[in-house]
Ligand binder design. Structure first.
Ligand code: NAP
Length: 258
């Protein structure tokens, strides 16, 4: 099967292209780096020719409210129109658990708008809602840092490894369209401040993490369960501790090699 991965050079996209290729599919990574731009439509007709499935794991270069809304609505509309013209029969998109539960987050609103366009389009679809990636921990900390202190609300998170995300999305991409949404999450729940404190201390980051009920998540106020799945979720196999150990070993080997 020819499967086009929009955002195929990104964190999830590159793992997904590898996973699909290993399964024997013709997986094509598409992004501005390979001359495909979903914001302008450039390169879409050529890359989609002969494709059965499109997986959208692209991300907005800016998380600013207006820019991120423009990115996900314009690029999704362009992509769906090009897929209809090319005869694509399954559109898969990666989104975030809780998109419909955080209306004061510009990013979550933009992902919700992306999902609405997909559901309204005639192309059969599958939406995968993932929780926060382990790899995104530092980004969460950076956005919540004031001075040398990271302010995070002690709400629940159930983060997961990017490898497990790519595996789950790969499985959905080669299956029949769900015309619905599935949730995927990590094997353990943490408090958000606890998850970030653990990650920063393992990498000798000197910042102090405080449990602050007024702490914001990229500007938005979280409720206790905003970021965790509400119903059933598929659970990834990687534990945070094992992922941290593996990442630290890999970083140490890379540093030695340089
Ligand atoms: N971070 C999390 O914890 C989390 C949790 C749940 C869901 N998600 C979702 O996961 C998805 C993938 O995230 P990620 O961290 O893997 O992203 P990423 O590493 O930032 O990669 C973004 C990809 O998007 C591509 N891209 C940017 N602008 C584009 C454009 N105009 N046209 C086509 N492609 C474009 C980039 O291409 P170039 O390399 O060529 O610039 C890159 O391949 C996102 O949709 C996000 O909402 C994230």
């Amino acid at each position: 099967m020819k499967i086009v991965v929009i955002g195929g050079t990104g964190l999830i996209g590159s793992k997904l292209v590898r996973n699909l290729t290993e399964q024997g599919h013709e997986a094509v990574a598409a992004s501005p780096a390979s001359g495909v731009n979903t914001l302008t439509g450039e390169g879409l007709p050529d890359v989609l020719a002969g494709a059965s499935v499109v997986v959208d794991v692209s991300n907005s270069p800016s998380f600013e409210t207006e820019a991120v809304m423009k990115f996900f609505t314009t690029s999704t509309a362009n992509l769906l129109a090009a897929e209809a013209a090319a005869g694509v029969t399954h559109h898969v998109a990666l989104s975030v658990v809780g998109t419909d539960r955080l209306p004061d987050s510009g990013y979550f609103l933009a992902k919700l708008a992306q999902e609405k366009l997909i559901k309204e389009s005639p192309i059969p679809y599958s939406i995968v809602h993932a929780t926060q990636f382990f790899e995104f921990g530092k980004g969460i900390a950076d956005a919540a840092t004031i001075g040398n202190t990271v302010h995070l609300a002690p709400v629940l998170v159930q983060p997961m490894a990017a490898d497990d995300v790519a595996k789950a999305v790969g499985k959905v991409a080669v299956g029949s369209p769900l015309n619905g949404t599935i949730d995927i999450a990590g094997p353990e729940q943490f408090r958000l401040d606890e998850f970030i404190r653990h990650g920063l201390s393992a990498t000798n980051d000197p910042r102090e993490v405080v449990a602050d009920p007024e702490g914001r998540y990229f500007g938005a106020k979280l409720a206790q369960r905003t970021l965790v799945p509400e119903g059933q979720a598929q659970i990834g196999e990687t534990y945070f501790k094992d992922w941290l150990d593996r990442s630290l070993t890999q970083n140490a080997s890379a540093a030695k090699a340089n």
